[in-house]
Every structure is written in structure tokens, then in C-alpha cells.
Design a protein around this ligand. Structure first.
Ligand SMILES: [Zn+2]
Length: 236
């Protein structure tokens, strides 16, 4: 009964609001920022809507390749897949785990592969024709440095990337990766991206240069979203 007692008691304790401590690179070092459960829930809603617009829905399967330290956006993607009732598998995005990506891709025949890295592609290239592997996959969301590798072999990949503590996710129009304007202020100074937390964000972040070379496009996207879009120099 001691266990039941302690569980009952634990239920009466306050739950911490912080879901993650996000550590991200900036132009002049690294930065830590809190991510609350409420913020994570809003991020998850945004990702769900973005994935829905890629045609993801109930009964489909997806493969997510991400690293543990990327949980701050990986968790939002997983939450989005669950919301959409998409069955998913997870492989590590570092090169040494490329075989897991290969096995999941073969066994799941996923509708979407999310988070493909250049390192995973390098690992796969030793034994696999990457073009043959991913051309039949309807939705491929890849990191900036992986996108040109995929496009060179005829895979029409879209971008997904962490931008500091935010997530950028390209829509099927492929005109830059959207960032949630309700949560973030993305900017560009001297060809480098800057980011600040929006007013609704409880975790503060003043405008911070991220050390990422890129540009920002504003205005209505053909997909109907007014969320600004990021163009990564690395993806071209
Ligand atoms: Zn769009």
C-alpha cells in the first residue's frame, strides 16, 4: 500500500511548468531557454496543422529521424503525428544509425519521412540508391544540408529545421520553411537570421542572431499561410 499512498500523494504535488530546457547555438556561443508545457502544446498544434497540409492523416505511417537533444521540436512532431493518428517509427538522425532508417523505411513503407539528415543520407549512400529509396515516399521533410542531396537525385524534398529554439517547416509549395508567427519573430540582419520570442511566449528571448545564413520572406504564401518563410543558404 506504500506505493499507492505515495502515488496518491504525488498527485497532489504541483507539476513543474517547464517541459524542456532548450540549448541552441547562436552567433556567439550557446543559449539556454525554457520551454513550458503550454508552449509545447501550442507548438504541437501548429506542427499538426502543417503536417495535415502535407496530406498526413489517419492510417498512414511515418518515420521520424531526430536526436534525443532535439526533443523540443521532436516532441511537437510526435504529438502532431499522434493527433493525426499517423503511426510512426523513430530513428536517430546521426549517421551511425542510418541502418535503422533503412529498416524502418523498408518495413513501414512510410507516407512521410521527417527530419532526414545529411549524415543519414551519407550512411545510406554506401549501400543504397538514395533516389530509388525516397522517390516513392510521398512526403520527405529533410534538413537544409540534406535537401540539395535529395533534390539532386530527383526526390522533391521539403525543408524542416530547427531555427534556434523554433521549428521551421516548409509547405508543399516549397518556397521556404514556415515559422509560427504567433510564437516567434524571425528576422534577418546582414544575411544572418535573428529570432525573438513573440509576446505570447512566457519564456523570454530578446532578438538573438543565430549564426545561420539565410533570408526571410514575408507575405501570403500560396498555401494560404501568412507565417513568414525562411530560406536557408545551406539548402541551395
Ligand atoms: Zn506555404
Amino acid at each position: 500500500m506504500a506505493r499507492a499512498d505515495s502515488l496518491a500523494r504525488a498527485r497532489t504535488l504541483d507539476r513543474p511548468e517547464v517541459a524542456y530546457l532548450v540549448r541552441f547555438p547562436t552567433a556567439d556561443g550557446t543559449r539556454d531557454m525554457e520551454l513550458t508545457l503550454a508552449e509545447l502544446a501550442r507548438d504541437t498544434d501548429w506542427v499538426s496543422e502543417r503536417l495535415r497540409r502535407h496530406g498526413l492523416g489517419a492510417g498512414q505511417r511515418a518515420l521520424l529521424t531526430a536526436s534525443g537533444f532535439e526533443g523540443f521540436w521532436g516532441h511537437a512532431v510526435i504529438g502532431g503525428l499522434r493527433t493525426l493518428k499517423v503511426t510512426y517509427g523513430i530513428a536517430e538522425a546521426m549517421g551511425w544509425d542510418h541502418r535503422r532508417t533503412s529498416v524502418f523505411h523498408r518495413e513501414l513503407t512510410p507516407h512521410a519521412v521527417i527530419g532526414l539528415s545529411e549524415q543519414t543520407l551519407e550512411g545510406l549512400a554506401g549501400t543504397t540508391d538514395i533516389g530509388e529509396m525516397f522517390r516513392p515516399t510521398p512526403v520527405v521533410l529533410a534538413r537544409p544540408s540534406a535537401v540539395p542531396v535529395l533534390r539532386a537525385v530527383g526526390v522533391s524534398a521539403c525543408l524542416i529545421s530547427a531555427v534556434g529554439p523554433a521549428l521551421a517547416l516548409e509547405c508543399p509549395e516549397r518556397t521556404g520553411a514556415h515559422i509560427n508567427a504567433a510564437e516567434w519573430r524571425i528576422g534577418e540582419r546582414g544575411g544572418q537570421l535573428t529570432l525573438a520570442a513573440g509576446e505570447g511566449r512566457t519564456s523570454p528571448l530578446a532578438e538573438t542572431p543565430l549564426g545561420i545564413t539565410g533570408a526571410v520572406v514575408t507575405g501570403l504564401c500560396a498555401c494560404g499561410s501568412e507565417d513568414p518563410r525562411v530560406l536557408f543558404a545551406e539548402a541551395n
